[in-house]
Design a protein around this ligand. Structure first.
Ligand code: 13P
Ligand code: ZN
Length: 276
């Protein structure tokens, strides 16, 4: 291999950034993506790492189970639409220290760029999802999904209300996220507080809604994670259209027993707490 950009981890990462851009979820520098590399990924990329890594930076959050890991991350203030054009300027690879509370850049993020301002949230979500999935989860994705954000102005900000509205808006939803989705109230982005609130939700859910802001989605690979965000946003779009065309009146929807029947036939365990 002659070029780090030929590694499967970087081609997959860059493709997902472009897919998100095409969906319209990444205005300006909106949204961010991180991927926890496998040891094979690190071995394939290591020959291209900088000769001298940059200085360690503390994150304000800590996780023992991510000490020594490597992540690909989008840069703070960088635009998803530019990632494919110039990866080394817009994304990078960071190494986590042995204390699990700091990072240093080992590749990319050229010209003084830094990892996403949401790195603390991504990091804590990675920690929680890695533990919850016995190491399977590797991707955390934050996007400004338009219709989902719109719903945070009109639906009560509860896990139950959002899970039910989304499940009822597309028959596949209870199969894709049978545990439902978590909802965080509006909070200042980019710090330890929103990181802790989101990671608390991610103990139970694969995805969390940030009121008046966007979505956090997790998964084992780029396809599954992007597919989860896409499914949630598509359902939100349908629900917005239902509320608009019906002027708030819903004539019929998927019943709770129908949701149970879908879960039964597809072999998933639906979160009964959200069913009547
Ligand atoms: P960054 O440019 O730092 O990734 O921030 C974008 C964003 O969506 C913040 O929530
Ligand atoms: Zn954001």
């Amino acid at each position: 291999m002659n070029n780090i950009l030929e590694t499967s981890c970087l081609t997959g990462f860059i493709r997902m950034c472009h897919d998100g851009w095409l969906q319209g979820w990444h205005e300006r520098n909106g949204g961010n993506l991180t991927y926890r590399m496998t040891s094979e990924d690190v071995a394939a990329c290591r020959p291209f790492f900088d000769e001298t890594p940059r200085e360690w930076v503390k994150m304000g959050v800590q996780a023992d189970n991510l000490a020594g890991e490597y992540f690909i991350t989008t840069g703070s203030g960088k635009f998803f639409r530019n990632v494919e054009l110039d990866p080394a300027a817009n994304i990078g690879i960071v190494e986590i220290n042995e204390a699990g509370d700091g990072w240093r850049i080992v590749w990319g993020l050229e010209n003084g760029a830094k990892p996403t301002s949401e790195f603390p949230s991504h990091f804590m979500n990675h920690s929680v999802r890695k533990a919850a999935t016995q190491g399977a989860n590797r991707v955390i994705y934050h996007c400004h999904a338009t219709n989902l954000i719109a719903l945070t102005y009109v639906l009560p900000l509860t896990d139950r209300d959002f899970s039910r509205a989304l499940w009822q808006s597309a028959t596949e939803c209870p199969v894709v996220f049978p545990e439902g989705v978590g909802v965080c109230p509006w909070m200042v982005p980019g710090g330890a507080d929103i990181a802790m609130a989101t990671s608390e939700k991610m103990k139970t859910y694969q995805a969390a809604v940030w009121a008046q802001h966007g979505l956090f989605a997790s998964g084992p690979d780029f396809d599954i994670t992007f597919g989860l965000a896409h499914t949630i946003e598509k359902a939100a779009e349908i629900y917005v259209k239902v509320l608009s065309t019906g002027q708030g009146r819903i004539r019929q929807t998927i019943t709770d027993d129908a949701l149970r029947a879908i879960a039964h036939d597809f072999g998933v365990t639906i979160n009964e707490e959200f069913l009547d």
